[in-house]
Design a protein around this ligand. Sequence first.
Ligand SMILES: Nc1ncnc2c1ncn2[C@@H]1O[C@H](COP(=O)(O)OP(=O)(O)OP(=O)(O)O)[C@@H](O)[C@H]1O
Length: 258
Amino acid sequence: MSNSRNNGLCVRELEAEYRSGELALGKVSFTLPEHGIYTILGPSGSGKSTLLRAITGLLPEYRGELLFNGSSLREQKVLMGLVPQNYGLLPWKTVKGNIRVAMNIAHPRGQSKQAREAQIDQWLTAMGIAELAERYPLSLSGGQQQRVAIARAFAIAPSLLLLDEPFSALDAITRETLQQLFLEHWQANPATALFVTHDVDEAILLGQKMIVLPSSKNDPAEIIDNEEVFALKLKEKRASDAFFAQIKKVRKVMQEKW
Ligand SMILES: Nc1ncnc2c1ncn2[C@@H]1O[C@H](COP(=O)(O)OP(=O)(O)OP(=O)(O)O)[C@@H](O)[C@H]1O
């Protein structure tokens, strides 16, 4: 039986390998409360994508436990929105078609066709890409494809939202705009979210906690509380003392663990 106390995603001693005897992800444990957002930092190869793959079910073999709302994640149907590193868009579908397919799969007996189309239009407008609706993914820039992937992930109203470096292809200004957009939409459409990034500032700006994976798979991950920064408005965060203090803290952990 689940209760509100253990609602959310619980990762217990999760460990994975692709080749026998070679750890891709060391033992990682954390509890992400329902509608919470944690960011994940880690050096290249530390297992960030592997962790997301285990959660989505794309990596069927792992040791340890994954619980959602108190029960095994694998034994229940949890609607997940994934923004993968390569955006994962279907090249033969238009922008609108990509979002439509995801919505049809996620909610096969959902709203009327008309309501669904209106919702797709709303998400495209929210992400500032309404004019790209009939374009095909290969004709879009990396940043535009990322917006489509984010719109698609939000449009299915997932319980779990998993983002693997979603803003990596963007210039600094567009990245800031999308961070703002992302936070606004996450607040209005709360999902339990894990956000992988290589960018320390971004991890501190977006996460209630930061999970820092070590380079050695035998060391434990470091979990850094970030509620003070998280409580501020995004625009205020960058100039706050708390933000600079967190940068120092995260860099110290990186020096010790990377
Ligand atoms: N399909 C695969 N087959 C074999 N080994 C893999 C596979 N995918 C990842 N690995 C290995 O697992 C380890 C963790 O990889 P993963 O992609 O999870 O790291 P990451 O932290 O996401 O890296 P990056 O920041 O570079 O994206 C690495 O040593 C990698 O070489």
